[in-house]
Design a protein around this ligand. Sequence first.
Ligand code: GDP
Ligand code: MG
Length: 163
Amino acid sequence: MKPVIALVGRPNVGKSTLFNRLTRSRDALVADLPGLTRDRHYGEGRVGERPFLVIDTGGFEPVAKEGILHQMAKQTKQAVAEADVVVFLVDGRQGLTPHDKTITDFLRKSGRPVILVVNKAEGMRYNAVVADFYELGMGEPAVISSAHGDGVHDLVDLALNTA
Ligand code: GDP
Ligand code: MG
């Protein structure tokens, strides 16, 4: 089976932008994905000879008890459960938010390997971008720009070596 990378993070951090870059918008054929749930947004990516699957999640809204946001949270939890590695995106321009902390707690409990990734970092100083996020206790974050592509190749290598 191809390794599965789930993209997780609160709304607007750039998950779909990264998904599109990783998959170049090639949606995986769900028929080719034995053992995976069919109602999520899967794509297929490749570095060199190494293919992988990516799941784009619709955002993570841990406080919602019902309705569409609750449903999205449930989808995200299922995506995490089937992932070999979770790429947890945060927004380097907005900095740390309470939702990021809630998601961190959830991911820690999930027991999945997690890579913390600070997105939207183009044109920003490394130290300034990462400073906020050490508080999450997930170690040194990877730093990328999904929109421009900076750091994305290294991130995929890291994710595939972690999966
Ligand atoms: P999602 O809700 O997590 O899927 O986030 P989207 O991929 O839809 O992106 C949310 C917004 O952030 C959009 O306006 C994107 O253009 C913007 N965005 C995504 N990645 C980057 C980035 O690397 N740099 C900057 N400056 N903006 C980004
Ligand atoms: Mg999205």
